[in-house]
Design a protein around this ligand. Structure first.
Ligand SMILES: [Zn+2]
Length: 202
């Protein structure tokens, strides 16, 4: 399936939801390409999911006074770049991500960072070493539901996609939070349906 078909189907399932979000968000930007940055504050700690590439994201994270625990969804520049100019206390990521950052904790299997924050490795066609963050009803997946790029073409890997779907089915949550989308928060059911549809058409 080409990217236009892909985008259209994702749009079909988008629903506007008026729910109160228990986290702070610096929305993604396109110039420079910078991913959504999420901040969850608990006690004296700020859990920061992706750090983006934009100055806006940098400034926002930089002024946080709490202990900074950074979780990187994957190693792409639009999610990680600001790390090179920030001072943070802890870094978590997949094996490929930590290879890039050269410092931090490799998340090889599911781990808990607090009573209600869990990090879950997520098989993904987008790239290796994707990590999802589960917080209350929300699963932050970064770009893990997007295709990978092979010789300039968008591509889903059928076997990996089966594993993505199986992994997601076994996680208990209500909303997907997907980076780079205007509708950041999406009902689990709708996105699962879209994933199955996409899987059948690759
Ligand atoms: Zn991205």
């Amino acid at each position: 399936m080409d990217i236009n078909g892909y985008t259209q189907h994702l749009k079909c399932y988008s629903v506007f939801m008026n729910i109160e979000l228990p986290f702070e968000r610096i929305p993604a930007s396109e110039n420079p390409l910078s991913a959504d940055v999420i901040v969850i504050k608990q006690g004296g700690t700020a859990y920061i999911f992706d750090v983006g590439e934009s100055d806006e994201a940098y400034d926002y994270i930089n002024q946080i006074e709490e202990k900074k625990v950074v979780i990187l969804s994957h190693f792409h520049r639009d999610h990680c770049f600001n790390l090179s100019r920030l001072k943070v206390d802890e870094i978590y990521g997949g094996k490929e991500t930590i290879k890039h950052t050269k410092t931090g904790v490799i998340v090889r299997s599911e781990i808990s960072l607090s009573d209600d924050i869990r990090l879950i490795p997520l098989p993904s066609s987008h790239c290796k070493g994707c990590i999802a963050l589960l917080y209350k009803d929300f699963l932050f997946v970064g770009d893990a539901l997007y295709p990978g790029i092979e010789k300039g073409n968008e591509k889903f890997n059928p076997q990996i996609m089966d594993n993505t779907i199986k992994t997601l089915e076994n996680i208990d949550f209500k909303y997907f939070c997907i980076s780079h989308r205007k509708l950041f928060v999406n009902p689990k059911e709708a996105i699962m349906r879209w994933l199955s549809f996409t899987r059948e058409h690759i």
